[in-house]
Design a protein around this ligand. Structure first.
Ligand code: PEP
Ligand code: MN
Length: 351
Protein backbone atom coordinates (compact mmCIF):
# COMPACT_ATOMS: atom_id res chain seq x y z
CA UNK A 1 0.00 0.00 0.00
CA UNK A 2 1.24 3.45 -0.80
CA UNK A 3 1.98 5.78 2.10
CA UNK A 4 1.21 8.83 -0.01
CA UNK A 5 -2.17 10.17 -1.04
CA UNK A 6 -1.91 11.98 -4.40
CA UNK A 7 -2.48 15.50 -3.08
CA UNK A 8 0.23 15.35 -0.47
CA UNK A 9 2.58 12.83 -2.02
CA UNK A 10 6.12 13.31 -3.17
CA UNK A 11 7.11 14.39 -6.67
CA UNK A 12 8.01 11.06 -8.28
CA UNK A 13 9.17 12.19 -11.67
CA UNK A 14 9.61 15.25 -13.82
CA UNK A 15 8.56 15.64 -17.43
CA UNK A 16 10.92 17.92 -19.32
CA UNK A 17 9.08 19.47 -22.27
CA UNK A 18 10.84 20.35 -25.52
CA UNK A 19 11.71 24.03 -25.94
CA UNK A 20 9.34 23.98 -28.94
CA UNK A 21 6.41 22.48 -26.97
CA UNK A 22 3.18 24.40 -27.32
CA UNK A 23 0.93 25.49 -24.45
CA UNK A 24 -1.60 22.85 -25.60
CA UNK A 25 1.04 20.12 -25.42
CA UNK A 26 1.98 21.21 -21.90
CA UNK A 27 -1.68 21.25 -20.91
CA UNK A 28 -2.20 17.79 -22.40
CA UNK A 29 0.59 16.33 -20.24
CA UNK A 30 -0.84 18.09 -17.16
CA UNK A 31 -4.27 16.60 -17.91
CA UNK A 32 -2.89 13.09 -18.37
CA UNK A 33 -1.20 13.27 -14.97
CA UNK A 34 -4.24 14.74 -13.26
CA UNK A 35 -6.61 12.22 -14.84
CA UNK A 36 -4.46 9.47 -13.37
CA UNK A 37 -5.18 10.95 -9.92
CA UNK A 38 -1.77 12.57 -9.38
CA UNK A 39 -0.89 16.21 -8.69
CA UNK A 40 1.25 18.48 -10.86
CA UNK A 41 3.82 21.16 -10.26
CA UNK A 42 4.60 23.24 -13.36
CA UNK A 43 7.88 25.14 -13.51
CA UNK A 44 8.12 27.54 -16.44
CA UNK A 45 11.49 29.07 -15.67
CA UNK A 46 14.91 28.23 -17.04
CA UNK A 47 15.36 26.32 -20.29
CA UNK A 48 11.76 25.25 -20.75
CA UNK A 49 8.69 23.88 -19.03
CA UNK A 50 9.26 21.15 -16.47
CA UNK A 51 6.24 19.33 -15.07
CA UNK A 52 6.57 17.52 -11.75
CA UNK A 53 4.17 14.61 -11.20
CA UNK A 54 3.22 14.30 -7.55
CA UNK A 55 1.57 11.27 -6.06
CA UNK A 56 1.51 7.54 -5.78
CA UNK A 57 4.71 6.10 -7.25
CA UNK A 58 2.94 3.14 -8.88
CA UNK A 59 0.40 5.38 -10.65
CA UNK A 60 2.84 8.06 -11.74
CA UNK A 61 5.59 5.73 -12.91
CA UNK A 62 3.11 3.76 -15.04
CA UNK A 63 2.04 6.70 -17.20
CA UNK A 64 3.35 6.43 -20.79
CA UNK A 65 4.42 10.07 -20.90
CA UNK A 66 7.57 9.58 -22.94
CA UNK A 67 5.48 9.02 -26.08
CA UNK A 68 3.35 12.15 -25.70
CA UNK A 69 3.80 15.04 -28.15
CA UNK A 70 6.08 17.82 -26.90
CA UNK A 71 7.79 15.67 -24.26
CA UNK A 72 11.57 15.64 -24.41
CA UNK A 73 12.26 13.22 -21.55
CA UNK A 74 10.83 11.78 -18.37
CA UNK A 75 13.16 11.69 -15.37
CA UNK A 76 12.33 9.59 -12.29
CA UNK A 77 13.39 11.33 -9.06
CA UNK A 78 15.56 8.86 -7.18
CA UNK A 79 16.51 10.89 -4.11
CA UNK A 80 14.55 10.82 -0.86
CA UNK A 81 14.40 14.60 -0.96
CA UNK A 82 12.41 15.54 -4.03
CA UNK A 83 11.35 19.18 -4.34
CA UNK A 84 14.65 20.51 -3.04
CA UNK A 85 16.83 18.25 -5.20
CA UNK A 86 18.80 19.28 -8.27
CA UNK A 87 17.03 16.46 -10.10
CA UNK A 88 13.74 18.31 -9.60
CA UNK A 89 15.11 21.68 -10.71
CA UNK A 90 18.51 21.97 -12.34
CA UNK A 91 18.80 25.77 -12.24
CA UNK A 92 19.62 27.67 -9.03
CA UNK A 93 16.69 29.00 -7.05
CA UNK A 94 16.94 32.72 -6.31
CA UNK A 95 15.24 33.59 -3.03
CA UNK A 96 13.95 37.14 -2.58
CA UNK A 97 13.76 38.65 0.88
CA UNK A 98 12.19 42.04 0.39
CA UNK A 99 14.68 43.81 -1.87
CA UNK A 100 17.47 41.28 -1.32
CA UNK A 101 18.28 38.34 -3.59
CA UNK A 102 20.15 35.18 -2.63
CA UNK A 103 21.36 32.47 -5.01
CA UNK A 104 21.95 32.17 -8.75
CA UNK A 105 25.03 34.38 -8.59
CA UNK A 106 23.54 36.89 -6.14
CA UNK A 107 25.43 37.04 -2.84
CA UNK A 108 23.66 38.35 0.25
CA UNK A 109 25.31 39.66 3.40
CA UNK A 110 22.85 39.24 6.28
CA UNK A 111 23.93 40.71 9.58
CA UNK A 112 22.84 42.21 12.85
CA UNK A 113 22.94 41.53 16.55
CA UNK A 114 22.59 38.10 18.09
CA UNK A 115 19.68 39.38 20.18
CA UNK A 116 17.48 42.43 19.90
CA UNK A 117 18.15 44.14 23.22
CA UNK A 118 16.76 47.64 22.66
CA UNK A 119 15.77 50.02 19.87
CA UNK A 120 18.98 51.97 20.30
CA UNK A 121 21.24 48.89 20.16
CA UNK A 122 19.43 47.40 17.14
CA UNK A 123 19.47 50.71 15.28
CA UNK A 124 23.20 51.18 15.85
CA UNK A 125 23.90 47.69 14.50
CA UNK A 126 21.49 48.16 11.58
CA UNK A 127 23.06 51.46 10.54
CA UNK A 128 26.45 49.75 10.40
CA UNK A 129 25.00 46.87 8.34
CA UNK A 130 23.31 49.28 5.91
CA UNK A 131 26.39 51.51 5.58
CA UNK A 132 28.54 48.45 4.87
CA UNK A 133 26.24 47.35 2.04
CA UNK A 134 24.47 44.54 3.90
CA UNK A 135 21.30 43.12 2.35
CA UNK A 136 19.26 41.81 5.30
CA UNK A 137 19.07 42.70 9.01
CA UNK A 138 19.06 39.81 11.47
CA UNK A 139 18.12 39.88 15.13
CA UNK A 140 16.82 37.34 17.62
CA UNK A 141 13.61 38.08 19.54
CA UNK A 142 13.13 34.49 20.77
CA UNK A 143 16.50 33.13 21.87
CA UNK A 144 17.36 29.44 22.20
CA UNK A 145 19.61 29.62 25.28
CA UNK A 146 21.37 26.68 26.90
CA UNK A 147 20.50 28.05 30.34
CA UNK A 148 16.89 28.83 31.20
CA UNK A 149 18.25 31.65 33.39
CA UNK A 150 20.03 33.41 30.49
CA UNK A 151 18.40 36.28 28.54
CA UNK A 152 15.58 34.70 26.53
CA UNK A 153 14.89 37.60 24.13
CA UNK A 154 12.34 40.42 24.10
CA UNK A 155 9.64 38.43 22.30
CA UNK A 156 6.99 40.48 20.48
CA UNK A 157 8.59 43.72 21.66
CA UNK A 158 11.78 42.56 19.94
CA UNK A 159 9.85 41.86 16.74
CA UNK A 160 8.42 45.40 16.83
CA UNK A 161 11.87 46.89 17.30
CA UNK A 162 13.31 44.79 14.48
CA UNK A 163 10.56 45.82 12.04
CA UNK A 164 10.77 49.49 13.01
CA UNK A 165 14.56 49.59 12.67
CA UNK A 166 14.48 47.68 9.37
CA UNK A 167 12.04 50.24 7.97
CA UNK A 168 14.07 53.11 9.41
CA UNK A 169 17.33 52.09 7.73
CA UNK A 170 15.79 50.41 4.67
CA UNK A 171 16.67 46.75 5.20
CA UNK A 172 14.47 43.62 5.05
CA UNK A 173 14.51 41.76 8.37
CA UNK A 174 14.72 38.18 9.60
CA UNK A 175 14.31 36.50 12.97
CA UNK A 176 14.26 33.04 14.48
CA UNK A 177 10.99 31.21 15.13
CA UNK A 178 11.22 28.61 17.91
CA UNK A 179 7.58 27.93 18.66
CA UNK A 180 4.66 27.62 16.24
CA UNK A 181 2.53 29.57 18.74
CA UNK A 182 4.57 32.66 17.80
CA UNK A 183 4.19 32.15 14.05
CA UNK A 184 1.48 34.77 13.48
CA UNK A 185 3.47 37.45 15.33
CA UNK A 186 6.64 36.59 13.43
CA UNK A 187 4.84 36.53 10.06
CA UNK A 188 3.40 39.97 10.82
CA UNK A 189 6.80 41.53 11.51
CA UNK A 190 9.51 39.94 9.38
CA UNK A 191 10.44 39.36 5.73
CA UNK A 192 12.06 35.97 6.29
CA UNK A 193 11.70 33.42 9.09
CA UNK A 194 14.68 31.41 10.21
CA UNK A 195 14.64 28.07 11.97
CA UNK A 196 17.60 27.63 14.29
CA UNK A 197 19.96 24.71 14.57
CA UNK A 198 18.19 23.32 17.62
CA UNK A 199 14.89 23.06 15.76
CA UNK A 200 16.17 21.73 12.44
CA UNK A 201 14.27 18.50 12.94
CA UNK A 202 11.20 19.96 14.63
CA UNK A 203 9.09 18.59 11.81
CA UNK A 204 5.79 20.15 12.84
CA UNK A 205 7.44 23.57 13.02
CA UNK A 206 9.00 23.02 9.59
CA UNK A 207 5.62 22.16 8.08
CA UNK A 208 4.06 25.23 9.70
CA UNK A 209 6.66 27.68 8.34
CA UNK A 210 6.41 26.02 4.93
CA UNK A 211 2.77 27.11 4.80
CA UNK A 212 3.41 30.62 6.17
CA UNK A 213 4.01 32.30 2.81
CA UNK A 214 7.36 33.72 3.98
CA UNK A 215 10.84 32.77 2.77
CA UNK A 216 12.49 30.39 5.25
CA UNK A 217 16.14 30.05 6.22
CA UNK A 218 16.92 26.68 7.73
CA UNK A 219 20.06 26.28 9.83
CA UNK A 220 21.80 22.93 9.97
CA UNK A 221 21.49 21.14 13.28
CA UNK A 222 24.79 20.87 15.11
CA UNK A 223 24.67 17.07 14.88
CA UNK A 224 22.75 16.75 11.63
CA UNK A 225 24.08 15.24 8.44
CA UNK A 226 23.79 17.02 5.11
CA UNK A 227 21.14 14.51 4.09
CA UNK A 228 19.11 15.21 7.25
CA UNK A 229 19.32 18.94 6.48
CA UNK A 230 17.98 18.31 2.99
CA UNK A 231 15.16 16.15 4.34
CA UNK A 232 14.29 18.91 6.81
CA UNK A 233 14.20 21.40 3.92
CA UNK A 234 11.87 19.00 2.11
CA UNK A 235 9.37 19.37 4.98
CA UNK A 236 9.37 23.15 4.40
CA UNK A 237 9.16 22.82 0.63
CA UNK A 238 6.38 20.24 0.82
CA UNK A 239 4.12 22.88 2.35
CA UNK A 240 4.40 24.81 -0.91
CA UNK A 241 7.34 27.04 -0.01
CA UNK A 242 9.85 27.39 -2.84
CA UNK A 243 11.86 30.06 -1.05
CA UNK A 244 14.10 28.08 1.25
CA UNK A 245 17.70 28.97 2.11
CA UNK A 246 20.04 26.46 3.77
CA UNK A 247 22.61 27.58 6.31
CA UNK A 248 25.76 25.78 7.43
CA UNK A 249 26.61 27.03 10.93
CA UNK A 250 29.14 24.53 12.26
CA UNK A 251 28.78 21.02 13.61
CA UNK A 252 29.82 19.22 16.80
CA UNK A 253 33.18 17.48 16.55
CA UNK A 254 35.87 16.55 19.07
CA UNK A 255 37.63 19.87 18.36
CA UNK A 256 37.31 22.49 21.09
CA UNK A 257 39.38 25.34 19.66
CA UNK A 258 36.25 26.71 17.99
CA UNK A 259 32.67 26.72 19.28
CA UNK A 260 31.66 24.39 16.43
CA UNK A 261 33.56 23.05 13.42
CA UNK A 262 32.53 24.86 10.26
CA UNK A 263 31.83 22.12 7.72
CA UNK A 264 33.18 23.87 4.63
CA UNK A 265 32.73 20.73 2.57
CA UNK A 266 28.98 20.85 3.17
CA UNK A 267 28.79 23.92 0.91
CA UNK A 268 29.83 22.30 -2.43
CA UNK A 269 28.06 19.05 -1.43
CA UNK A 270 24.82 20.94 -0.85
CA UNK A 271 25.24 23.01 -4.02
CA UNK A 272 25.48 19.78 -6.01
CA UNK A 273 22.50 18.13 -4.30
CA UNK A 274 20.05 21.03 -4.21
CA UNK A 275 18.96 24.04 -6.25
CA UNK A 276 18.41 26.03 -3.04
CA UNK A 277 20.80 28.82 -2.01
CA UNK A 278 23.38 27.87 0.62
CA UNK A 279 24.63 30.45 3.09
CA UNK A 280 27.05 30.22 6.01
CA UNK A 281 27.01 31.53 9.57
CA UNK A 282 30.68 31.92 10.48
CA UNK A 283 29.85 33.64 13.81
CA UNK A 284 28.31 30.68 15.63
CA UNK A 285 30.87 28.28 14.17
CA UNK A 286 33.78 30.46 15.30
CA UNK A 287 32.53 31.47 18.72
CA UNK A 288 35.15 34.22 18.80
CA UNK A 289 35.34 37.30 16.68
CA UNK A 290 38.95 36.91 15.49
CA UNK A 291 37.94 33.75 13.61
CA UNK A 292 34.81 35.10 11.94
CA UNK A 293 36.57 36.70 8.94
CA UNK A 294 38.75 33.69 7.98
CA UNK A 295 35.74 31.36 8.21
CA UNK A 296 33.65 33.82 6.18
CA UNK A 297 36.33 33.90 3.47
CA UNK A 298 36.52 30.10 3.43
CA UNK A 299 32.75 29.96 2.98
CA UNK A 300 32.82 32.40 0.06
CA UNK A 301 35.70 30.51 -1.57
CA UNK A 302 33.74 27.26 -1.25
CA UNK A 303 30.75 28.77 -3.08
CA UNK A 304 28.40 30.11 -0.42
CA UNK A 305 25.56 32.31 -1.71
CA UNK A 306 25.67 34.54 1.34
CA UNK A 307 26.62 34.93 4.97
CA UNK A 308 24.77 35.64 8.20
CA UNK A 309 27.02 37.42 10.66
CA UNK A 310 26.57 38.84 14.14
CA UNK A 311 27.48 42.47 14.80
CA UNK A 312 26.78 44.61 17.86
CA UNK A 313 27.55 48.27 18.69
CA UNK A 314 29.21 47.25 21.98
CA UNK A 315 29.81 43.48 21.98
CA UNK A 316 31.30 43.57 25.48
CA UNK A 317 27.85 44.55 26.76
CA UNK A 318 25.88 42.09 24.61
CA UNK A 319 23.27 40.00 26.42
CA UNK A 320 24.17 36.94 24.30
CA UNK A 321 27.18 35.77 22.28
CA UNK A 322 29.42 38.66 23.41
CA UNK A 323 32.64 36.92 22.34
CA UNK A 324 31.76 36.41 18.69
CA UNK A 325 29.94 39.59 17.65
CA UNK A 326 31.91 41.95 15.44
CA UNK A 327 31.92 45.54 16.76
CA UNK A 328 29.62 47.57 14.53
CA UNK A 329 32.45 50.08 13.99
CA UNK A 330 34.51 47.32 12.35
CA UNK A 331 31.72 45.84 10.27
CA UNK A 332 32.41 47.96 7.17
CA UNK A 333 35.98 46.69 6.95
CA UNK A 334 34.75 43.12 7.43
CA UNK A 335 32.32 43.44 4.51
CA UNK A 336 34.99 44.98 2.28
CA UNK A 337 37.29 42.03 2.90
CA UNK A 338 34.50 39.57 2.12
CA UNK A 339 33.27 41.40 -0.97
CA UNK A 340 36.71 41.44 -2.59
CA UNK A 341 36.50 37.66 -2.70
CA UNK A 342 32.85 37.68 -3.75
CA UNK A 343 33.77 39.84 -6.75
CA UNK A 344 36.70 37.71 -7.93
CA UNK A 345 34.58 34.59 -7.61
CA UNK A 346 32.15 36.01 -10.14
CA UNK A 347 29.18 36.77 -7.91
CA UNK A 348 27.35 40.04 -7.36
CA UNK A 349 26.58 41.39 -3.91
CA UNK A 350 22.85 41.92 -3.40
CA UNK A 351 21.94 45.18 -1.69
C1 PEP B 1 21.42 32.50 15.95
O1 PEP B 1 21.67 32.64 14.75
O2 PEP B 1 21.14 33.44 16.69
C2 PEP B 1 21.50 31.14 16.54
C3 PEP B 1 21.03 30.89 17.75
O3 PEP B 1 22.11 30.25 15.73
P1 PEP B 1 22.08 28.64 15.75
O4 PEP B 1 20.64 28.22 15.74
O5 PEP B 1 22.82 28.29 14.51
O6 PEP B 1 22.79 28.21 17.00
MN1 MN C 1 24.04 34.27 18.55
Amino acid sequence: MSANAPATGAPELIVVMRASATAEEVQHVVSLIEEAGAGVHVDEGGEGTVIGAIGDRAIVAGLPLEAVAGVERVVPLRKEYKRVSREFRSRDTVVRIGTAEVGGGRFAMMAGPCSIESHEQTLAAAEAVKAAGGAVLRGGAYKPRTSPYAFQGLGVEGLRILRAVGDEVGLPVTTELMDARDLADVVEHVDMIWIGARNMQNFNLLSEVGRSGKPVMLKRGMSATVEELLMAAEYVAKGGCDDVILCERGIRTFEKATRFTLDVSAIPVLKAETHLPVIVDPSHAAGKRSLVLPLALAAVAAGADGLIVETHPTPEHALSDAAQQIPAAEFGAFVQDVERLVQVSGRTPSR
